[in-house]
Every structure is written in structure tokens, then in C-alpha cells.
Design a binder for this molecule. Structure first.
Ligand code: DX5
Ligand code: ZN
Length: 221
């Protein structure tokens, strides 16, 4: 069976129709939705995707179950949004190791709020910093671009981080995010990533279903 999950990043979707875009992706076979939250502090850009929007757009208007909302929090104070995101219906809360002094407390807080825990590292952060937390989290996110915006070039030199994590923590979910699409998926799959985020490659395609299937099939090979 397929162990690899595909999660479109909706950052590059038609933001005026966010709810419909998410629904469309799930109908096209997405396993989860990767929802980028940027506050203009941790990264230069700012998305208006906050907990109100998560709740209104996804839960109330589209009546989607909450099992698909995987938050990628690129914010200065990740501690601040745990409760609101949980209340809004988020299923997983991924924060950046670079953004907190106390990852342990944050991990505990996310769990107490009944969400899965994701821990992300930027390209400049070595994987040794993440390793001490690996047994306490559900997912490690290895960024394959500098966080900030979609459509950037995939950084192949991040793959040793993925393979190292895969070797050390065989059952850990490992996500890659940034520049992943049909041209770069095989590198990710070979290194051992099993949670695949793809933004522009999926969203800008005329046939997202085929792209999602293609990404998934490469992972199975
Ligand atoms: C970048 C975001 C990504 C981005 C991915 O800061 O975290 O999720 O939307 O988009 P692509 O796949 O186009 O690089
Ligand atoms: Zn992201």
C-alpha cells in the first residue's frame, strides 16, 4: 500500500475562493491540506490565514472534517496560536524550531490541545537541533526552500537531512516543503520523506488530480 501522503499548499491558490480551492484539492485526492500561516514577523510576507479563517472557511462554510488541516506556522510567537487553532479545528500544528526558546513546553501544549505535533527546520538549521525532540513529535518538516513564499527552487542539498532522520527515526513522519513537484519528487522519496507538500506544481496545474497521483506513484516505486 501507499505510505506516502500528498498535501497541497494552498498559498498559491485563488485566495478569493479559498474554501472552494481546499474542497477541490480534497476532491482531487489530497490526503491533507498544508495551510501556511505567516505573520509578517517570522517571515517577510503575511498571509491572512488565521484561526478565524480556518474555522469559517473550512469548518463552517465547507463542512470539511477537521482531519485535513495541517497548519504550518511561520510566525514569531508560535505559543500564541495553539489554543485558537485547536478551537478552530486544526488537526496538526507545525511550528519552527527557530521561533521558540522552549520547544518542550510548546510540544506539550499542542498535545494538551489535542493536535498532532510538527516541528520544522529552515534550510540554515542543521538536523542535530531537531534530533533531541524527534521522539516527542509526530512529524519533522525539513524545509526545502527558505520559508516565505511559493514557487521557489527546490534545495536538493537538504536531502541528507531527510535521509539522516529516516535512518535514525524509522517511524517518524517526515515532510518536505518547497519546490516539490513532478521534477523533484523522486529525490524526496529516495531520501525517505513520506509527507509531501506541493504548492504551485499542484495548484497551478490544469489537472491537479494527475499531479497528485503522479507524486504519490513516484513515492511507491
Ligand atoms: C513556503 C511555504 C510552502 C509553499 C510551497 O514558505 O511554506 O508551503 O507554499 O509552495 P511551492 O510548492 O510552490 O514551493
Ligand atoms: Zn509551508
Amino acid at each position: 500500500g501507499c505510505v506516502c501522503k500528498i498535501g497541497p499548499s494552498i498559498l498559491n491558490s485563488d485566495l478569493a475562493c479559498l474554501g472552494n480551492e481546499c474542497k477541490r484539492m480534497l476532491e482531487c485526492g489530497a490526503d491533507f491540506l498544508h495551510l501556511d500561516v505567516m505573520d509578517g514577523h517570522a517571515v517577510l510576507k503575511c498571509t491572512f490565514l488565521g484561526h478565524w479563517l480556518v474555522k469559517d472557511t473550512f469548518v463552517r462554510k465547507q463542512k470539511l472534517s477537521n482531519s485535513f488541516f495541517y497548519m504550518h506556522m511561520m510566525v514569531a510567537k508560535p505559543e500564541q496560536w495553539v489554543k485558537p487553532m485547536a478551537a478552530a479545528g486544526a488537526n496538526q500544528y507545525t511550528f519552527h524550531l527557530e521561533a521558540t526558546d522552549n520547544p518542550g513546553a510548546l510540544i506539550k501544549d499542542i498535545r494538551e490541545n489535542s493536535m498532532k505535533v510538527g516541528l520544522a527546520i529552515k534550510p540554515g538549521t542543521t538536523v542535530e537541533y531537531l534530533a533531541p525532540w524527534a521522539n516527542q513529535i509526530d512529524m519533522a518538516l525539513v524545509m526545502t526552500v527558505e520559508p516565505g513564499f511559493g514557487g521557489q527552487t527546490f534545495m536538493e542539498d537538504m536531502m541528507p537531512k531527510v535521509s539522516w532522520l529516516r535512518t535514525q527515526f524509522p517511524s517518524l513522519d517526515i515532510e518536505v516543503d518547497g519546490g516539490v513537484g513532478p521534477d523533484t519528487i523522486s529525490k524526496c522519496a529516495e531520501a525517505g520523506a513520506n509527507m509531501i507538500v506541493s504548492g504551485s506544481a499542484v495548484m497551478k496545474s490544469d489537472d491537479p488530480r494527475s499531479v497528485i497521483n503522479l507524486l504519490r506513484n513516484v513515492c511507491v516505486e
